[in-house]
Design a binder for this molecule. Structure first.
Ligand SMILES: Cc1cc2nc3c(=O)[nH]c(=O)nc-3n(C[C@H](O)[C@H](O)[C@H](O)COP(=O)(O)OP(=O)(O)OC[C@H]3O[C@@H](n4cnc5c(N)ncnc54)[C@H](O)[C@@H]3O)c2cc1C
Length: 432
């Protein structure tokens, strides 16, 4: 394991690994949920947490150059005095790094309107697998050539290590309003999500929590959530005052027309912050219920939310497991959360079976394997569920173009046997 302090030191570490034919793994804070930063075999782990400086801020162009180990929330804090912020806000933003966000193409509650990480990264100085440093993308308005930056973002460390990153900063909106919609039925909340988008409104954030998680959060944080709700929606809109007022009124009407029992608009910044504290503490709140959880991440078309959610709860009942849901509903990005006690004999196999079935259900509904956590090791062997052998071969060849020796985070994202002519290994899971 090494802890470089500069791009040159990252490059030097990677060169040593390359010279010895040893694989290497980029690691930020290690909060990733797909096992992407977990080293396999004897890989060298290149940890970027010592590279945590915001290097340059251009408030006119609204661009910042940062080192990869800068924590997501620290970046927004660093530019707050300029009336700017960095939009992607994973719920783990107090702990995860911008480099890790680039690696996973992270999303967050406020990515619905403004897009996930890829939409906010302009350029990456990437240390490639032979130690060469290449600038991918650029800060100009129209960077010529292929979008290699776009390939790199979300490549989970398999195309090199981001050593410096240029990000787009957004101006803070003049007015922000946060609404808490309380529902007596989960289906009504899910239908409201589609209803809001169908009404022509794309909120800044549109999050949903089911009954169990709402109660757990309320017991943990006291965020002012209704403890008897079957589901709540947290909706945020921002912009100019008149537009925001009109959107608040429209969302209120849509929610009530779908059976909302109440719609509360946060009266001030303190109340708004408390509502968000509840949402962002959801995973911590689980500890009050059971010692272990397995958080899933899949995407389904918004119109399929109701059907898929119903099936997810059926799967939980079939496997005698407790399931909770807290997720980015506006994106159709589901996060079924299986809560359990690993000390219970036999529970792991039921947890895995439930997870497999959830994934199959999402894919059958027209969804994809991951909305934001990535593929890593967790879903690597599920890739053939949505990609043909030709698709996988093309992806493998793209990866090879960045890393011909295959040393950058091997055995992540693509299953062995992805390249045309390679023998597919016996599957470890139940996917193929
Ligand atoms: C409680 C909780 C809530 C979460 N909420 C969200 C959420 O709302 N949205 C979301 O998207 N994720 C969420 N996550 C997952 C996780 O926080 C994100 O995936 C995050 O982007 C990982 O950042 P990290 O610094 O921890 O990266 P790590 O876990 O260290 O690494 C993640 C991946 O990125 C690669 N990587 C790391 N650094 C670099 C680099 N410099 N260059 C190239 N590749 C690199 C690694 O090799 C690995 O494949 C959550 C996790 C937790 C525990």
């Amino acid at each position: 394991m090494c802890f470089p302090r500069s791009t040159e030191e990252v490059a030097a570490a990677v060169r040593v690994a390359a010279d010895h034919g040893v694989p290497f793994v980029a690691r930020g804070s290690g909060t990733g949920l797909a096992g992407g930063a977990t080293p396999l075999d004897d890989a060298v782990v290149v940890v970027t947490t010592q590279m945590n400086r915001v290097l340059e801020v251009d408030p006119v162009e609204r661009i910042a150059w940062v080192e990869p180990g800068v924590l997501n929330l620290d970046l927004s804090r660093a530019v707050q005095h300029l009336g700017l912020h960095y939009a992607p806000d994973p719920s783990s933003q107090q702990a995860c790094t911008i480099g890790g966000n680039v690696g996973t193409n992270a999303g967050g509650p406020h990515c619905l309107a403004s897009g996930v990480t890829s939409a906010h990264v302009l350029a990456v100085d990437a240390v490639l697998a032979d130690g060469e440093v290449a600038r991918l993308g650029g800060t100009g308005p129209d960077v010529p050539g292929y979008d290699l930056r776009g390939c790199f973002v979300g490549s989970e460390g398999t195309m090199g290590i981001a050593a410096r990153i240029a990000v787009r900063l957004l101006p803070d909106p003049p007015v922000v309003r946060t609404l808490l919609c309380d529902f007596g039925a989960l289906d009504d909340a899910a239908a409201t999500v589609s209803g809001i988008i169908a009404a022509g409104i794309v909120p800044a954030a549109l999050e949903m929590m089911d009954a169990e998680i709402t109660r757990a959060v309320e017991d943990f944080v006291g965020a002012g959530y209704p403890r008897d709700a079957a589901a709540v929606l947290l909706v945020e809109v921002d912009g100019l005052p008149d537009g925001v007022a009109a959107q608040v009124a429209a969302i209120d009407a849509v929610a009530r027309s779908h059976g909302a029992r109440s719609v509360r608009v946060a009266a001030d910044e303190a109340e708004r912050a408390l509502l968000w504290k509840g949402r962002k503490s959801a995973f911590g709140a689980i500890a009050r219920i059971a010692p272990d959880y397995y958080l899933h991440d899949a995407v389904v078309p918004r119109t399929k939310l109701v059907d898929v959610l119903r099936r997810v709860y059926e799967i939980a009942a079939e496997q005698r497991l407790t399931m909770m849901n807290v997720f980015h509903a506006g994106d159709g990005n589901l996060h079924p959360l299986i809560v359990f006690d690993a000390r219970e004999p036999g529970v792991w196999s039921r947890v895995h079976d439930a997870g497999d079935e959830i994934l199959r259900t999402c894919v059958a509904a027209g969804g994809v394997l991951s909305g934001e956590h990535g593929i890593g090791m967790e879903k690597r062997d599920a890739m053939p569920m949505i990609f043909t052998p030709d698709d996988l071969d093309l992806q493998a060849r793209l990866r090879d173009a960045f890393d011909p020796q295959g040393l950058a985070n091997p055995d992540k994202v693509l299953p062995r046997g992805s390249r045309c002519g390679e023998v597919r290994r016996a599957p470890e899971g139940t996917w193929v």
